[in-house]
Design a protein around this ligand. Structure first.
Ligand code: PLP
Length: 377
């Protein structure tokens, strides 16, 4: 496979981010197959490349957007719909999952009936003033122990606070549709999901008892990607979730999820090129033409540990792989097991780099970042 991909280097150069849309389709279908009750909202933030949105739109996916710009990226596929269908699509297939939205975004989306999350009183007031057409989803703070990226220190209301926020919303004449949570990204500890569902069901059932007609539960993202063989299988998580849905919630509710990483991580491979080589304090340093300010930004923001492999064989050593910028912070890894005989011009491969990579790449030091090549578009 790597040798096949290497043929793309000659016409396109490096660094090259090769995105296979068949893998995205497969991931979407796997998700739907194992979680048939769940409406899948792709979290655009994981990789907002327009062609990914198009592929998932054509698969019938719904979308989780974090900003007005992400909303507009989805909107371009429905702009030709008539007014009624457009409104229906926004209501049925888009969620603004960022619990904090600025006033101008709210004013712009008020014309639809958007589904939005919130977790505090100030947001509720803002929603009342600038977007009272919205369907509200209160976001809970839930355990995220062991997840690669935690969420609970910045988002989510404690259970008692959430109950109050539901009451307050109805008192203000707003409509709460349901409850959401996020167990942290790349969640390999499935207890986080079961705890979150248990907390959610208590608040959900309590609200219904009080006469508030909640209709949905949004289980967020966090679905793990097989970066290494220790990662427990998605199929097992899905089985667990399906039985918890049945046990804890009435049959008539909608269940939503916002998978980001799961849809795109395995769909991309990066080919980078060695542009310099040095021995520093005994260790081989490969300087490559991509780094933590660019496609490897996930090393910083996503706490991701990338993998490297080479086409050329040779005796392996623990090597450093570092980026092209003048910043000494731009070190991708100090512990890649690679042949020590690689030379300037040789290429390195990094698999499973589709999520939280190009999405947070910058142009620091004047480097453009990787060229994106689409396969099976
Ligand atoms: C609100 C929300 N939903 C969904 C996601 C996607 O999470 P994941 O990529 O772990 O599936 C994120 C990630 O930050 C998020 O903040």
């Amino acid at each position: 496979m790597n040798k096949e991909l290497l043929k793309l280097v000659e016409p396109h150069g490096t660094p090259l981010f090769i995105l296979d849309h068949n893998v995205i389709r497969e991931n979407y279908r796997t998700f739907k197959k194992h979680l048939p009750r769940v409406q899948c909202y792709y979290a655009v933030k994981a990789n907002s490349t327009q062609q990914i949105i198009e592929t998932l739109f054509n698969e019938g996916s719904s979308f989780d957007v974090a900003s007005y710009n992400e909303f507009m990226q989805v909107y371009q596929y429905i702009k030709h719909f008539d007014k009624k269908d457009k409104k229906h699509f926004v209501w049925d297939k888009i969620i603004f999952s960022n619990t904090i939205k600025d006033r101008s975004t709210l004013s712009k989306i008020k014309q639809y009936r958007p589904l939005v999350t919130y977790d505090n009183m100030a947001e509720l007031k803002k929603l009342k003033d600038h977007c009272d057409t919205a369907g509200l989803v209160v976001r809970l703070k839930v355990p995220d122990t062991g997840s690669q990226v935690e969420m609970s220190s910045k988002f989510g209301a404690e259970p008692a606070e959430a109950q109050n926020l539901i009451q307050q919303a109805f008192d203000m004449g707003l409509k709460v549709e349901g409850i959401s949570f996020h167990v942290g990204s790349q969640c390999t500890n499935f207890d986080n999901f079961t705890s979150a569902l248990a907390i959610t069901s208590e608040i959900f059932n309590d609200a219904r008892r009080k006469g508030f007609n909640l209709n949905l539960v949004d289980i967020g993202g966090g679905f793990p990607v097989p970066y290494d063989p220790q990662v427990p299988e998605f199929k097992i998580l899905a089985g667990l979730l399906n039985s918890e849905f049945k046990r804890l919630f009435p049959d008539d509710i909608e269940i939503l999820a916002e998978p980001g990483r799961f849809m795109v991580a395995t769909a991309a491979t990066l080919i980078s090129e060695i542009i310099g080589k040095a021995r520093r304090e005994g260790k081989v340093f490969y300087h490559i033409n991509d780094g933590v300010y660019h496609t490897f930004s996930g090393v910083v923001y996503d706490h991701w540990i990338p993998n490297f492999s080479a086409v050329k064989e040779g005796e392996k050593e623990i090597c450093a792989v570092v980026g092209p910028t003048c910043d000494s912070f731009d070190k991708i890894t100090l512990s890649a097991e690679l042949p020590a005989n690689l030379e300037v011009g040789d290429c390195l491969f990094t698999e499973n780099i589709g999520a939280y990579s190009t999405a947070s790449s910058t142009k620091f030091n004047g480097f453009d970042g990787a060229k994106i090549i689409h396969m099976n578009l």
